[in-house]
Design a protein. Structure first.
Length: 179
């Protein structure tokens, strides 16, 4: 946050951030500056930025790069990794929830964010956020066994793993991409 010396107003200044998790081989790039670009162009931009940041460092080979455009999504990707949840599967679940729970869930105006504050390991919990207001409007959960069964199905089958790769082909792994 920055405070204007002229009027005293405090504002948040969004700047690109990079989270690097070596044990999990994960890079999460918060591209605050490219949120209005088409996804393909933003992904190319993110790849160039990372190359500029780590030009002589080939230790990023084999890392999963995730591109996000908002701070809540940045925090969510990190929380999913720390919870040992595959973000592609979580986004696929979000897509299914959005698709099946119309009109109360609206992918054009709402985000579903993983609720990492819930200590209950039996449920996968989400908070529904209104994008316009930035406020939580409700929550929902599903049994963690649903995620576990989905993970077992997708990750044990080459065909389903390829399907997951086709749904999320590059760095922007988000249910919104599927609409």
């Amino acid at each position: 946050q920055c405070t204007c010396s002229g009027c005293g107003s405090t504002v948040r200044v969004d700047t690109p951030l990079l989270y690097r998790d070596d044990p999990r081989q994960l890079l999460v790039y918060y591209a605050a500056d490219v949120g209005k670009m088409p996804v393909e162009q933003a992904e190319a931009h993110a790849a160039r930025c990372l190359q500029d940041l780590m030009p002589d460092d080939d230790s990023d080979a084999g890392y999963n790069l995730r591109l996000v455009f908002t701070r809540p999504k940045f925090i969510e990707k990190i929380a999913l990794a720390r919870a040992a949840l595959d973000d592609r599967l979580v986004e696929y679940i979000k897509y299914q929830l959005f698709s099946r729970r119309k009109p109360e869930l609206d992918p054009a105006n709402q985000d579903l964010l993983y609720d990492f504050s819930n200590p209950d390991g039996t449920n996968l919990c989400f908070v529904v956020f209104n994008r316009a207001t930035g406020k939580a409007i409700s929550g929902l959960h599903l049994p963690k066994d649903v995620y576990n069964e989905l993970a077992e199905s997708f990750l044990s089958s080459d065909e389903l793993r390829k399907e997951l790769d086709s749904l999320f082909p590059r760095y922007f792994v988000d249910a919104i991409r599927l609409f």
